[in-house]
Design a protein around this ligand. Structure first.
Ligand code: GAL
Length: 667
């Protein structure tokens, strides 16, 4: 397990670099990431390069024994470029251009910016690509960050039209796929189509879904140019991008396809603020105030692992207070170490801290660093020292993959389609997945996120929370996986739409119907506070059913639970035996407790042994023979794992190997 740090030599006097490098090594860090925002220092004026400072910075850092990770600086085109070519500035949905003065202000589809990006990356790679200490490249920085996933400039419009022409072939096919006859949207020519910006009231959801897909594809195509250059000029180094966990606006699977390694930027206190309202609107208040929400962090780790189905890096690990949240809570000693152990437990193989020293200027002045503004040790530093001393244990665990047998299917087109038309306030695709994620966590069972084209063989239980757009290829693969013994659970809103985001004309759940063995007869949203009573044979699975309900009519499936309606009972949960496996379909959005009851039964059917019994606030994760128990509260908590009673100290971790508790390493 490698440990590293993000460093900005351009922010500090050159005389300081050697001391910083020595302190990094003394701390036990292995690597340093630099360069990703330094374009204006690399090229102060058009045609004028200045690499000397970066040469010296690299020599100072690597000379001290640090490995090097270089970021390409394309998230921050310099002022001379923005001013010479104002059309590189991206345009928001309301038609306003971004301006110079921050970052990510250029449009990835702009030909000038594309050419300039290739040029600076080529120059950087020619200069440093074969540096012996260089281990990898981070391409750009957080694609889509700062509200930049979508641009609506003329170049994007042209590229979107070309993308549509390639996808549909003929304009008539697009009209059909989008249902463009509605409100006389019908197009006679590609040139009539614009991106769905704010000038239309409620864009056609098929149009908007295709724009989301296009923006992901366009970002991947932009990234691909850098990947191609770097592979040629810097052979043997890994290519990565720092993703943003549960960020929704770009499909990270599209972007990860051509990368070697997935990484993400983990800011647990900030992520609780930005994702918590949708995912966990009523936090149970069981976690310490400075740890964030470990299950939200955990699901983001799981997603990053899923991108390459391999161990990932945390490329920016919060190690103190951040500056961009609402409250920005202080982070106490112990919490940064806990976050790193958690990342490891969920499949990380390296953690890079953000950032070495708190900046004295500009946008992130209130952001912590491992060193404070004055260069003295910050709160997270002692945690990093402790982690460095625990390295042997960390490395032994990092050598193992995640070994989960439960998968949660995830599909960004489903997410976007339901975001475009949630139909009921509060219905949220990721929140629905998160219900099942939390339920499994409560049962002490690890879960992977599984994209539609993944190999299903590692899993014995799969949950398709909202398989909204029919996917005939996946239906076929699920059918044979179930027949071979898989346990599949469908949740609500399955199969309602076609891939182009129209409603299917088949009885619901459309392409999944033969798997389900039942028809969804009726669906409806329920107002807050309204619940339908449920009676059934699954232990613990009792009503009420709220939010969104779907009544079923069994064909070859059999009912396991019924809604008790005034006119009589109606199937609410059905099971369908298929070969050696079974498909179970649930007709409402469960609470976490309801989901846990149902999953407990399905886990038994899937032959998955029970997880550890966990007090609330504990999180369990398994890597190979290791079981890690992490306590995110301010008091000691009890767990029972493999028949053994264990106490996990506050904001700390206990590691079991082959069911024996390992003594904490002496540090
Ligand atoms: C990340 C970004 C970094 C820095 C950091 C502050 O999203 O990649 O450059 O801004 O946030 O928390």
């Amino acid at each position: 397990m490698k440990l590293g740090v993000c460093y900005y030599p351009e922010h500090w006097p050159e005389e300081r670099w050697a001391l910083d490098a020595r302190l990094m090594r003394d701390l036990g860090l292995d690597l340093v990431r630099i360069g990703e925002f330094a374009w204006a220092r690399m090229e102060p004026a058009p045609g004028q390069a200045d690499w000397a400072w970066l040469d010296r910075a690299i020599e100072t850092l690597t000379g001290a024994g640090l490995q090097l990770l270089l970021g390409t600086p394309t998230a921050t085109p310099p002022a001379w470029l923005s001013r010479a070519h104002p059309d590189i500035l991206r345009v928001d949905a309301d038609g306003r251009s971004r301006n110079h003065g921050s970052r990510r202000h250029a449009c990835l589809n702009n030909p000038t910016y594309r050419a300039e990006s290739r040029r600076i990356v080529t120059a950087m790679a020619e200069r440093y690509g074969e540096h012996p200490a260089l281990v990898g490249w981070q391409i750009d920085n957080e694609f889509g960050g700062g509200g930049t996933a979508r641009c609506y400039c003329d170049h994007c419009a042209a590229a979107f039209r070309a993308w549509l022409a390639a996808r549909y072939g003929a304009i008539e096919a697009l009209n059909e796929a989008w249902g463009a006859v509605f409100w006389s949207q019908t197009y006679a020519d590609w040139s009539q189509i614009d991106p769905p910006d704010d000038r239309v009231d409620k864009p056609n959801p098929s149009h908007a879904l295709d724009y989301a897909r296009f923006c992901s594809d366009a970002t991947a195509a932009y990234q691909q140019e850098q990947v191609d250059l770097l592979r040629r000029l810097s052979p043997g180094r890994f290519m990565t991008h720092n993703f943003m966990g549960l960020f929704r606006e770009l499909d990270p699977f599209d972007l990860a396809a051509s990368l070697d390694l997935a990484t993400w930027d983990s800011y647990p206190t900030g992520n609780l603020e930005r994702w918590g309202p949708a995912l966990a609107p009523d936090p149970e208040g069981q976690y310490a105030p400075d740890v964030g929400h470990p299950l939200i962090t955990g699901m983001a780790h799981a997603l990053t692992y899923a991108l390459k189905r391999a161990p990932f890096w945390v490329m920016e690990q919060q190690a103190g207070a951040i500056n961009w949240g609402r409250i920005n809570p202080g982070v106490r000693p112990g919490t940064t170490r806990l976050w790193c152990w958690h990342a490891l437990a969920e499949g990380a193989s390296a953690v890079v801290f953000f950032r070495w020293r708190a900046t004295l200027f500009a946008q992130e002045q209130y952001h912590s660093g491992l060193l404070r503004h004055d260069g003295s040790p910050g709160g997270g530093l002692a945690d990093v020292r402790r982690l460095a001393a625990e390295r042997e244990r960390l490395a032994a665990i990092a050598a193992h993959p995640r070994a989960n047998r439960v998968g949660l299917l995830i599909d960004f087109a489903d997410l976007w389609a339901l975001e475009l038309q949630p139909h009921r306030a509060g219905f949220d695709y990721l929140a629905h997945l998160f219900v099942y994620y939390q339920a499994l966590a409560r049962l002490g069972i690890g879960v992977d996120l599984v994209p539609a084209d993944a190999d299903l063989a590692p899993y014995t239980l799969l949950v398709a929370a909202s398989a909204h757009l029919g996917n005939a290829a996946l239906a076929g693969r699920l059918e044979s996986w179930v027949r071979q013994g898989g346990q599949l659970l469908f949740g609500v809103r399955a199969g309602f739409k076609t891939p182009s985001n129209r409603v299917t004309d088949e009885p619901l759940p459309g392409v999944w119907r033969s798997l389900v063995g039942a028809t969804i007869v009726d669906w409806q949203a329920l107002p807050d506070g309204v619940g339908w009573p449920v009676v059934g044979e699954v232990p613990g699975l009792v009503g009420p059913a709220g939010t969104w309900v779907e009544t079923l009519r069994t064909e070859t499936a059999r009912p396991l639970a019924h809604f008790q309606l005034p006119d009589g009972p109606v199937p609410a949960l059905v099971a369908h035996e298929r070969g050696a496996g079974r498909v179970t379909t649930l007709g409402w959005v469960p609470t976490v407790a309801q989901a846990a009851s149902l999953l407990a039964t399905l886990l038994v059917a899937a032959g998955i042994p029970p997880g550890p019994a966990l007090a609330p606030g504990l999180v369990a994760a398994r890597r190979g023979p290791y079981l890690l128990l992490l306590n995110f509260t301010d008091g000691p908590l009890a767990a029972t794992a493999a028949g053994r009673d264990v106490t996990v100290p506050a904001r700390d971790v206990v590691v079991l190997a082959d069911d024996a508790v390992l003594e904490p390493p002496q540090v």
